[in-house]
Design a protein around this ligand. Structure first.
Ligand SMILES: [Zn+2]
Length: 219
């Protein structure tokens, strides 16, 4: 009998991870979602993730990572720090040192307990914001480390690694979920779902990608 392929998706309720969730639902027999609660500015982000998971009938777990805020106060967790786009060559104020490494490692511990080999994350090198733990070489290195650390054949999947925001919208469209992702996901730093506030760096990036994709499609 064919082994059931089970995957854990690192899920924030944003455009990228929701696209990954749909990708995983198509590819694997069983999918679980994990969301990390690290004192985000907007509890709305977690509520958004929960409501999407519920709507899709995906088992959803919220893991408490409050310690991240103790280690690395930054604009995503502290209201008094302003969200800004980093100057050329510097990291933006939303950067949390080591965040993806920690998230993926915890997702791995969780996945092994749940009997899931596959871990899916929406990290991406293309819109590279300078996060060293989003790079492909890091993901490959961590994959090896996790396999050794837990003696388990994890496979880390990064379906967005080499595509830009426009191509991420294209992927959503090919999965038949463009409208769903456009309306129900939350990317905006000001906590507004869908097309967002239109003013913050996350909204700019998301809109530019969507406009480029729709234009390339001739809409
Ligand atoms: Zn916004």
């Amino acid at each position: 009998m064919k082994e059931k392929q089970k995957a854990v998706v690192v899920f924030s309720g944003g455009q990228d991870s929701t696209t990954c969730l749909f990708w995983a639902l198509k590819k694997f027999d069983e999918v679980l979602a994990v969301t990390f609660d690290y004192g985000q500015r907007h509890k709305l982000e977690i509520e958004c993730a929960s409501s999407i998971a519920k709507e899709l009938g995906v088992e959803h777990h919220i893991l408490d990572m409050a310690l991240l805020n103790q280690l690395a106060p930054n604009a995503l967790t502290r209201d008094e720090i302003e969200v800004s786009e980093g100057e050329e060559g510097t990291l933006p104020s939303t950067f949390v040192e080591g965040r993806n490494m920690l998230f993926l490692t915890f997702a791995g511990v969780f996945a092994k307990v749940k009997g899931a080999k596959h871990i899916v994350t929406g990290v991406c090198e293309t819109d590279f914001s300078g996060y060293p733990d989003c790079r492909d070489i890091f993901i490959k290195s961590l994959n090896v480390t996790m396999n050794l650390a837990m003696d388990y054949p994890f496979v880390l999947h990064t379906p967005l690694m080499w595509i830009d925001k426009a191509q991420t919208w294209e992927m959503a469209d090919k999965l038949g979920k463009l409208e769903y992702i456009r309306e129900k996901t939350l990317t905006c730093y000001n906590g507004i779902k869908g097309d967002g506030c239109g003013e913050c760096p996350a909204c700019h990036l998301r809109k530019r990608g969507l406009d480029n994709y729709l234009k390339s499609k001739g809409e």
